[in-house]
Structure formats: C-alpha cells, structure tokens
Design a protein around this ligand. Sequence first.
Ligand SMILES: O=C(O)CCC(=O)C(=O)O
Ligand SMILES: [Fe+2]
Length: 222
Amino acid sequence: MSKTANVPDQDALKRAGAAVRKRLEADPSIYKVPTDKAEIFAVGDFLTPLECERFVKLIDVVAKPSELHLTAYVEKFRTSYSGNFDARDPFVQSISRRIDDLLGVNSNCGETIQGQRYLPGQEFKPHNDWFYTDQEYWQGENKRGGQRSWTAMAFLNTVEEGGHTHFVEVGALIEPKPGVLLIWNNANPDGTPNLDTLHAGTPVVAGAKYVLTKWYRTRKWV
Ligand SMILES: O=C(O)CCC(=O)C(=O)O
Ligand SMILES: [Fe+2]
C-alpha cells in the first residue's frame, strides 16, 4: 500500500489547496512568505482598527480556558483563553463572510470563528491545525466536516512584548500586527497533511494578545 493510500479527504484537500492558492496568488496586495515548505500568506489591514477593537471586547466576553482534543498533549499546551463568537451576530457574520470571500471557500466549510486572548506567560505550543486521523477524536471530526484545509487568523491588537506566531519548521516568526490576516494551507499541494505547518503562539511577555481564528473543513462543517 502506498504511503498516501489512506489519507482521509486527500482529494478534497488537494482541490481546496489549489483553488485558494490560485486566488491568493492572483492578488498582488497579498504577501506570500518566501518558503517552499508551506503556503503562508499575509494580508495587511484586513480588519480596521475599529473592527479589531470590537473583537477584543467580544473576546473578553466569550473567552474561557482553551480546550484541546485529548491526545498525547502535555499540560499547559494551550494556556490562552478562547471562545466561539456568536455566529448569529451580524458583525461576526460580516467578517466571517469577508474571510470566506477572500479565500473563495464555500461558507458551509468554515467553522465558527474563535477568539483567543493570551496574557503574560500564556502561549500555544507548537502544533498543527489538522486533525490526527489515527486518534479517537477523528471519528467525531470526520462527521463534523472532515479534515481542516486552510486556517485564517487575524491579529487584533498591539502586543507590548512577545506573542508572535512562529512557524518553527519554516523559520518564520510573524509579529502580531493588528489588522493583519494570516492564511495558511494545512495540507501539501498533493492533499497530504503538511508537517511543516507546525506553528506556535509564542508566550506573551508583556501586555495581552488577542487573535481570531477561522478554520476551514473539506466538507460542510456541522
Ligand atoms: O496565537 C497564535 O499566534 C497562534 C494561534 C493558533 O495557532 C491557532 O489558533 O490555531
Ligand atoms: Fe494553530
């Protein structure tokens, strides 16, 4: 059996990769991180200062200690506070749609946008956003829309010190600049999970860090 014979959603990941890549690469205002290891893009001023401020306030309302799937993760892996925004809130809906439109992805595939707040000492250790399909939780995620294709993540405030997004294999350390949207493909062009998308939210040293994240599935998210 070939190595890629049993990659769930591989064809869909390959298609989603190609479609979004084509769209983002065609836009000269979108920056692409210069690396062959992963497809990582950045869009400046994707959110206005007022929109960022509004999300920061919403995060302070919804943020609870972050949950993670129970895998072999060590304790203190993701120490930030996080929460889902109200998907019926027209403001949240409008930004959600703006992200869908930028990527050209079917809105059905997008998870509810999640907000996160890190205080000094809090971090998200190196991880991949795709699901480990050999773990028990995959049975549930498979029914809820399958594997994650692209991630979109926006920085919402200026962090006094720390709180970068670090793609450890690529060697890209991205400064949290408010309004910037980062977008990356969690898969390789052939639809297999891209191990080089390993990334971390480095510890906040001073101040606070607020971000929002939207993950896309290969199928309708339910
Ligand atoms: O906070 C960051 O910089 C990274 C967040 C992240 O990796 C995620 O939400 O999946
Ligand atoms: Fe992540």
